[in-house]
Design a binder for this molecule. Structure first.
Ligand code: ATP
Ligand code: ZN
Length: 284
């Protein structure tokens, strides 16, 4: 049995549960009011906690794995293994200053008072930049501290920037681009490692599927080689004869990032009846 900690209620909760559902893992009861539950069809136990506690639980072995924001993990400085970047819960940690304060680079922060709840990440950044500044630790509502005269700058999570704007601030530098991470206790029994590997296998199959499209089209035989060469496929495309003489059906899998470009080239090269189909799961 593998024990996983996820955020009880917050920005990472729904995506964490969705990750499990996509991996075909179902829970014995709805997690809304429970603090722990088990999967019905996978050797996984879930516990629901505050995100700030997850690094410590994973380091201490209270749980084997956890899903936590990189910002929280870096601030907690716990000894855990990052096994996967999950691609959700994206945000950035940035420095912001009052709209009219000039900023020409980190040196503009020299000797200023900076309010933040991310003391360690900020301290690390300032050290790297060789800047001396006075860090004020505040646990919330960091954005109002400059207008209260408590700080000259802030260091905080920014998503759209509208909160900054409403407080007369502007973002001057991004220090960390964060996303949710799957983290693990550094030492794990072989049996648990196996369960984790099975979970990762499913996560990868879903990610690959999401990042690719299945593409099929009709192609005149004299254009087959030319068209096949345009497709950055998995291995080599499948070619099946059509009943109509001189034509074939060509199938392949292409990365989502290039598929519009490839589509235009295929059309120009004489492909017809092009279908692009989502992929449910993909195992490489
Ligand atoms: P908890 O009650 O569990 O302590 P919290 O209030 O500390 O919750 P949330 O606001 O739910 O935490 O955010 C959880 C994580 O979601 C953050 O640590 C961060 O990694 C990520 N995140 C993504 N987008 C944002 C955003 N716009 N603002 C804040 N956090 C975000
Ligand atoms: Zn928290």
């Amino acid at each position: 049995m593998l024990r996983l900690a996820i955020q009880k209620s917050g920005r990472l909760s729904e995506d964490s549960l969705q990750l499990l559902r996509d991996a075909g893992i179902y829970l014995s009861s709805s997690p809304s009011r429970l603090l722990r539950t088990q999967a019905t069809n996978f050797p996984l136990e879930l516990i629901f906690v505050r995100d700030d506690d997850i690094p410590e639980y994973v380091e201490g072995g209270v749980v084997d794995i956890g899903i936590v924001g990189e910002n929280v993990l870096l601030e907690a400085r716990k000894d855990v293994e990052t096994v996967e970047r999950l691609g959700f819960g994206k945000c950035r940690l940035s420095l912001a200053m009052p709209k009219n304060t000039p900023y020409s680079g980190p040196e503009s922060l020299q000797n200023l008072r900076i309010a933040t709840s991310y003391v360690r990440i900020l301290d690390n950044f300032l050290r790297e930049q060789n800047i001396q500044a006075d860090i004020h630790e505040i646990s919330g509502s960091v954005e109002i501290s400059p207008s209260l005269g408590l700080a000259d700058a802030i260091f905080d999570i920014v998503s759209t920037g509208s909160t900054l704007l409403a407080n007369g601030l502007r973002e001057v530098a991004t220090v960390l681009e964060s996303e949710a991470l799957l983290v693990a206790h550094p030492v794990m029994a072989a049996e648990k490692r196996d369960i984790l590997d099975r979970l990762l296998f499913r996560i990868h199959a879903n990610r690959n599927a999401k990042n690719h499209r299945y593409i099929l089209m009709n192609v005149p035989n004299d254009q087959l080689d030319h068209i096949a060469a345009l497709i950055p496929g998995m291995k080599s495309p499948t070619v099946l004869p059509l009943q109509q003489p001189g034509w074939s059906s060509l199938h392949s899998v292409i990365p989502e990032t290039v598929f519009w470009d490839v589509l235009e080239q295929l059309k120009a090269a004489g492909a017809e009846g092009i279908l692009v189909v989502p992929i449910e799961r993909m195992i490489l």
